[in-house]
Ligand binder design. Sequence first.
Ligand SMILES: Cc1ncc(C[n+]2csc(CCOP(=O)(O)OP(=O)(O)O)c2C)c(N)n1
Ligand SMILES: [Mg+2]
Length: 555
Amino acid sequence: MSGKRAFLELLKQEGVDIIFGNPGTTELPLMDALAVESDLRYVLALQEAAVMAMADGYAQASGKLAVVNLHVAPGLGNAMGMLYDAQKSGAPILVTAGQHDQSFNVTEPILWADLPTIARPLVKWSSEVHRLADLPRLVHRAAKTAMAPPTGPVFLSLPGDILNAEGDVDLSAPTRIAPRVRGDRTAIEAAAALLAGAERPLIIAGDAVAQGRAHAELIELAEMIGAPVYAEFVPNTASFPASHPLFRGTLARLAPAVRAVLEQYDLLFSAGGDLLTLSLPSPIEPIPDGLAIIHLDVDPWELGKNFPARVAILGDPKATLPEISAAVRHRMTSGDRGRAGERLAAVSKAIRAEREALRAKAKAAAGQTPVQAQSLFQALGAMLPRDAVMVEEAVSSSPGLRQLIDSDDPQSFFGLRGGGIGWGLPAAIGVKLALPDRPVVALIGDGSAMYTCQALWTAAHDRVAVIFIILNNSSYRILKQRLNALRGHAAQTDVYVGMDLVDPAIDYVGLARSLGIAAERTRTVAETIDLVGKALAAGAPMLIDVTLDRSFKPM
Ligand SMILES: Cc1ncc(C[n+]2csc(CCOP(=O)(O)OP(=O)(O)O)c2C)c(N)n1
Ligand SMILES: [Mg+2]
């Protein structure tokens, strides 16, 4: 068997059905093998950042191994920003790149560099194949490592001489590490003792809850102790059903805002929640003194990483939460149960009132032009079918999004965890490829869309029916907000250098149409909703460029 054929057979053994890539000469052996391959689909993206983010969306939405194939050092280089995002979201991706023949590399040919070294800081494991006989072991090791909790990207360099070599190849077989690791019994009892008697508990729900499909298990615990559930600081999954009465929305990424919330509580239970990825330094400690922390996570690195945990449990939420709930139930006195019941009623009532107020405010502004983002989200929330999947890179427009659009099942929402913008537009394509029967709506900032707008061509070419909504405030609004808050020269002179996307205004409609996507500009919520309805019915990709309010100063 040839190396190139063996590689494809190995991927199929690993359950792979799509390779996301952008080819060059060093990938030609692979492209040659794909010419006679019918079980693996090659999805071409026209820039490597788009390739990587598509694979990320696909991996997250499918829970399966995604495969990426890039072109030597510049191809890998272009993909690095999105590889960073994939690392932060723990997307299981086998990133591969073609390399020159090993005997040629000593001359330092064009595009050559030491690829595993470049990829290494952003992946769980990084290597190169040096003998055809090692190819199966290394591919299986790569796939096993990417899929092992905590999941994440891995890198494998594929020299041309390995792909072109012929020999007897034993394909061997995949390994999957069973993910349902149960937490330590003693730690579970210690956690239960704290939870049963807590006066003012809160829960932060993280990605592991959605990835492990543990909504029901977390709901059981939250209702039992009457605790509100916050989405973690940078939510990139629906870690809790948005319409549940205890869902309190997303915490901010700034220490003072986090502290203001946490000060209301005496016990924090983090179910795989991120503690804490903040976006700016602050002299204010986000965690108040006296807030006890119970931290459950699939990744030992995250446990107590920044703040000491009173109880740290290494375990999978799906497997461990029922044991915690059982232990809490066993320990709760009738007094505890009474107080928890009162909390459940009071917290649900407060959350309902808050949500209704937010909805009413958004509705009241629905006729305004330019469009207010929250009014658009409210209207979308009211019209989208229950199985709609949101992909979010709304940046400064994101507050309130999770409360205004009900994303209720674990695959119903994907957001930008890593912070490297340009992720959302291609990620939405990957999500739709993973969930072809569900409507996928991507909410993308105008600035963010420009990093990877080439992905629109892939949506057109591969008929991937995503509805792309460009939240167009013709600016890097979040940067203006942050710069204004610094109260420096920019705030005094009202000059914001490098943050206005005007003169010329970007023609997203023309851009999308040039790449084969139907597109329209809208100036009202009503027009936008009307178009979304038409796009849903058409089942084809569409871009809607919504002119948003660009004001950024606090009222
Ligand atoms: C790869 C990358 N480059 C630059 C940045 C810095 N950055 C963060 S937000 C932002 C602007 C986002 O603009 P837009 O998508 O229009 O959202 P808005 O702030 O207007 O809501 C920039 C440039 C980043 N996070 N990632
Ligand atoms: Mg913008």
